[in-house]
Design a protein around this ligand. Sequence first.
Ligand SMILES: NC(=O)c1ccc[n+]([C@@H]2O[C@H](COP(=O)([O-])OP(=O)(O)OC[C@H]3O[C@@H](n4cnc5c(N)ncnc54)[C@H](O)[C@@H]3O)[C@@H](O)[C@H]2O)c1
Ligand SMILES: O=P(O)(O)OC[C@H](O)CO
Length: 380
Amino acid sequence: MSARPQSSAPSVPLAATEPSAEPSAAGSSAAEHSAEGERGPGGTAGQQPAVAVMGSGSWGTTFAQVVADAGTPVMLWSRREEVARAINEQHRNPDYLGELRLPTAVRATTDPAEALRGAAFVVLAVPAQSLRDNLAAWRELMPAGAVLISLMKGIERSTGLRMSQVIASELGWPSERIAVVSGPNLAIEIAGRQPTATVVAASSLPTAEAVAGLTANAYFRPYTNEDVIGVEFGGAVKNVIALAVGMASGLGLGDNSKASIITRGLAETTRLALAAGGRQQTLAGLAGLGDLVATCASPLSRNRTVGELLGQGLSLDEVVRQTKQTAEGVKSCAAILALGEELGIDLPITEAVVNVLDGRLPVAELPAGLLSRKLKSEHQ
Ligand SMILES: NC(=O)c1ccc[n+]([C@@H]2O[C@H](COP(=O)([O-])OP(=O)(O)OC[C@H]3O[C@@H](n4cnc5c(N)ncnc54)[C@H](O)[C@@H]3O)[C@@H](O)[C@H]2O)c1
Ligand SMILES: O=P(O)(O)OC[C@H](O)CO
């Protein structure tokens, strides 16, 4: 599949080089990916930018498929040799995506230098808390002029920074070359090519448009947005709200309770994002409400599942042991709460989740704790 809807991929001056040929064979050499000759602006007709996706878990691998299905070959960086081999030889990533078959235009390497060489777009798809160390290790390999695309939905625990801020601070990268992709994007559904929409946010509209042009295909529809702050808070906080909804579900509570947490969760996410400089409209959109609903409603969500297991009475240690994939809310929630305190913003659901995870609040007492708070206006 390579159907690309009409898009006016704009000219972003990308100083990198292009792949020599469309990849065809399984296990073909990563050298094919590296560039020869000068590259023009990303996404211009007749030229394919080189794309590196750093991280081959559920979302990194799926995003690589999205880009390949939109017509551009991708080189994935995998930490583990067996994952890279499975992608190159069987066109599968069984650890993360089961039997789903990947396009042959997605290839993998464990060598970050090979993945990054000549890339015009570098997609970052590692756990939020490891990003800074990963960037430090890759700093010298980052192609000057590339657009960096964050797929991560988390807040750095040690600094309270959003992922685009970590990228800017760790690499000294200009903000106009950093984009964020976030929305109702459960990886497994997208890997199965089920239609979805998303948001590509960047402080520079041409950068957001370039990334939208790179990713738009028959089942993936990106909308651009210049509100990076709102989009990143929407993605990070919804994970915490999904933990709370999962807890309610695990406690056997019904849809009224869950809808109340989702709606009040959106209220606290919006309060925080606005205080930090985000825009209300963004939180009412795909990266806010849209992602919140998808994550809180879906049994595919890792965050909701972690919450549900806690609600059923498992300890956090037991849950973490049986959750192989990244549930960002667990590690980001305390940093989000601290940001709220810094900005003078009340985040009652986040606070309750932090207290449950830290063992200060028995999960069974979470509903009563939220309901017994002082009465107030819905709009405060
Ligand atoms: N899976 C989804 O549906 C989805 C959708 C949208 C956004 N996201 C976000 O994307 C990010 C990545 O999530 P994912 O679902 O791909 O996670 P995952 O757990 O499926 O995969 C994480 C990947 O990072 C690698 N990794 C783990 N520790 C690492 C380290 N210290 N250094 C480098 N690599 C390391 C793993 O080997 C794996 O390849 C998260 O922030 C998540 O919130 C996920
Ligand atoms: O599985 P989760 O909870 O990390 O959620 C995945 C995506 O962020 C949903 O958009």
